[in-house]
Design a binder for this molecule. Structure first.
Ligand code: ATP
Length: 307
């Protein structure tokens, strides 16, 4: 649904995006992560045909962003940092206006506008000029606009910025339910907890290039190493575990239990458990130690800065 090859953009002397090749399939949510100025917004703007690439190509739903900008624009819903809201219009007028631009018939247009206004809790302000909306209300309205024509591709730059926690949750739920088998979503976010919740694929961008990409699990493994597990026992810890499975390395015990680094948990953990029981351990829990996307991101940044 989204394909780029060597996608690049130069502003003056600076390559804001430099050789980005990506493939995002229907049903996938890709989170673009990276420092301020890494090039995320520039990628999104090229994918939405709002900026022309200097080099390389990108296709959205089969349409080339340079050759078929109209088709691309009707296939994407794009939320950028500059919302481009018309401040004198009311929220409801604004959504209906965009519905018409996308050539929805007036019944569908009104129905969808009301539904999104209701979904985002904007009913009370729907007939007030947008100029009177708070930052979060504007963000919700802009998001409703990106969804009005039910596009197969959503490009969402910081979708929950400026939102209170309840509204942010509402938006995250909307993103999750919008990610059907027919739809592809890219989100740019600095909120790594949010990225981990929503995305099934991550790309970390650094100085306009993809530093690393993959599923959260793949990135955890490649940047943080094999998973670590903690075993808690009821009574005493066995004196020795005779046959520690291959690929299982004991680590220093913590206050809460004994820890192991496990290369292949699927195959090794059942054997480890059996061996522990054989040794007389009363196993209460065998738990993976949580590792966050934030740890992954910081490890990736530390690695590139060391290089
Ligand atoms: P942020 O997390 O702060 O939103 P970003 O990753 O989205 O950052 P971009 O906005 O894509 O980063 O910017 C990438 C680089 O391109 C930056 O160095 C920025 O200054 C530069 N840039 C972006 N737009 C323009 C422009 N219109 N003209 C000149 N330089 C630009």
């Amino acid at each position: 649904m989204i394909e780029t090859e060597d996608l690049s953009k130069q502003f003056g002397e600076t390559w804001a995006v430099d050789g980005v090749s990506l493939e995002v399939n229907p049903g996938q949510v890709l989170a673009l992560l990276g420092q301020n100025g890494a090039g995320k917004t520039t990628i999104v703007r090229m994918l939405a045909s709002l900026l022309t690439p200097t080099r390389g190509r990108a296709r959205i739903a089969g349409f080339d962003v340079v050759q078929s900008p109209e088709k691309v624009r009707s296939s994407v819903g794009v939320l950028t940092e500059q919302h481009g809201l018309y401040l004198r219009m009311t929220g409801l007028e604004y959504l209906e206006y965009f519905g018409k631009i996308y050539r929805l018939d007036s019944t569908t247009c009104q129905k969808r506008s009301r539904e999104w206004i209701e979904y985002f809790g904007l009913v009370e302000v729907a007939k007030r000029p947008i100029g009177q909306y708070s930052k979060g209300m504007r963000q919700k309205l802009a998001l409703a606009r990106t969804l009005i024509h039910e596009p197969p591709v959503l490009l969402l730059d910081e979708p929950t910025s400026a939102m209170d926690p309840e509204s942010a949750q509402l938006v995250r739920n909307a993103i999750t339910s919008l990610c059907t088998e027919q739809r592809t979503i890219i989100i740019c976010t600095h909120n790594l907890v949010e990225a981990e919740m929503l995305a099934n694929k991550i790309a970390i961008i650094y100085l306009g290039q993809i530093l690393t990409s993959g599923t959260v699990e793949e990135l955890k493994r490649s940047l943080l190493g094999p998973a670590e597990y903690e075993v808690r026992v009821g009574g005493n810890w066995p004196r020795e575990i005779l046959n520690l499975p291959a690929g299982v390395t004991p680590l220093a015990p913590s206050e809460t239990g004994h820890r192991f680094r496990v290369e292949e948990p699927q195959t090794s953990n059942p054997i480890l458990l059996k061996e522990l029981m054989k040794g007389g351990a009363e196993v209460v829990a065998l738990q993976e130690l949580p590792r966050t996307l934030e740890q992954v991101y910081l490890a990736a940044m530390a690695k590139v800065k060391r290089a």
